[in-house]
Design a protein around this ligand. Structure first.
Ligand code: ADP
Ligand code: MG
Length: 314
């Protein structure tokens, strides 16, 4: 298994200074001490890692760890607020850029739960996205030919091109439609959020083949969020990041994926996170108990009042 890697030339020290004064190296994606969350809840804590052009990284972690949040924040989702740190892409600070600009720069995210869009066909959606991302007019016939070739690769019936985007698609078909977008949009860097979850063995193989083809054709980099090794079988993994409670707790090469599959996440969760989770659970239990006491107290009081009233009325 070999993969052609396309490294950007390292820019001169002076250029490095202008794009990111703190950077020691020039990376395609650089996440620097990133903290983010929603209104009153911090979800991501001090996340830092870097991805070079053409590399494949895997992000794993228990449910609720913050994997999808990281994908969304990297892509500039307005749902989340960045409260600290920075994100650089191609040497530019994109922390405050909107999603559109990031897509134009070559970033792409597949959704864990792809949206259904009635009234827009899959073909029209992809063609319009491609026009927006490239800023060029895309000729209909040539586009259709390429689209059908990509659909063949994903064992998708051509008539799906004319169907409304994801409407009535099965789980597997929605995931294939995301990979079809990946193949057609050819981003420099794609984040795949559990593109393999809920798929049967054959569908995972097909999706994996699509991802492999994307790498072969474009040399694009990947951040694959996954719970299984199956989608990774035909891909070379450069680095694995384990996220727990919004923090990166362990990093390693591709072999870490196998280790997680054998041992689970528990051995990689630091004591202080376990302790914090225990405390949070205890605090929740205590609060529930207090609520119960209060409710019971109120019920008892109401009962006593009623008894008094009824007693008094006799
Ligand atoms: P993962 O993808 O690792 O399973 P998520 O990133 O989806 O985890 O979620 C991380 C945590 O943040 C969870 O506790 C989740 O409930 C919470 N969270 C994520 N997005 C939102 C949101 N839009 N509103 C409220 N809570 C959210
Ligand atoms: Mg998720």
């Amino acid at each position: 298994m070999h993969k052609k890697k396309v490294y950007l030339d390292k820019p001169s020290a002076s250029l490095r200074k202008t794009v990111n004064p703190d950077a020691k190296e020039f990376y395609m994606l650089q996440i620097q001490s990133l903290c983010a969350g929603i209104a009153d809840k911090q979800i991501l804590n001090d996340i830092s890692f870097t991805i070079n052009p053409g590399e494949t990284h895997v992000l794993m972690g228990p449910n609720g760890a913050g994997k999808s949040t990281l994908g969304n924040v990297l892509m500039g989702s307005p749902e989340y607020a960045v409260t600290g740190g920075k994100i650089f892409f191609d040497g530019k600070d994109i922390t405050e850029e909107d999603t559109d600009k990031r897509a134009k720069m070559g970033m792409f995210l597949t959704f864990q739960d792809p949206l259904e869009v009635p009234g827009i066909s899959l073909e029209a959606f992809i063609r319009s996205s491609l026009q927006q991302v490239t800023g060029k007019h895309i000729k209909m016939m040539a586009f259709r030919k390429e689209l059908e070739a990509a659909m063949d690769l994903l064992a998708m019936n051509h008539n799906y091109a004319d169907r409304d985007l994801n409407v009535g698609f099965s789980g597997g078909e929605k995931k294939k439609s995301e990979i079809l977008q990946l193949l057609m949009l050819r981003p420099k860097f794609a984040i795949l959020d559990e593109t393999d979850s809920g798929l049967d063995v054959d569908a995972v193989r097909t999706v994996s083949k699509g991802v492999e083809e994307f790498q072969k054709q474009t040399g694009g980099a990947l951040l694959i969020i996954t719970h299984s090794t199956r989608i990774l079988e035909s891909l070379h993994v450069d680095k694995t990041h384990i996220i727990v409670s919004g923090r990166i707790v362990k990093e390693g090469d591709g072999s870490l994926v196998q280790e997680i599959n054998e041992k689970g996440f528990d051995p990689f969760i630091p004591e202080e996170i376990k302790e914090a989770e225990r405390k949070a659970k205890l605090a929740l239990a205590a609060k529930n108990a207090m609520d119960a006491v209060r409710t019971n107290g109120a019920v008892t009081q109401a009962f006593a009042d009623r008894m008094k009233k009824e007693g008094g009325a006799q």
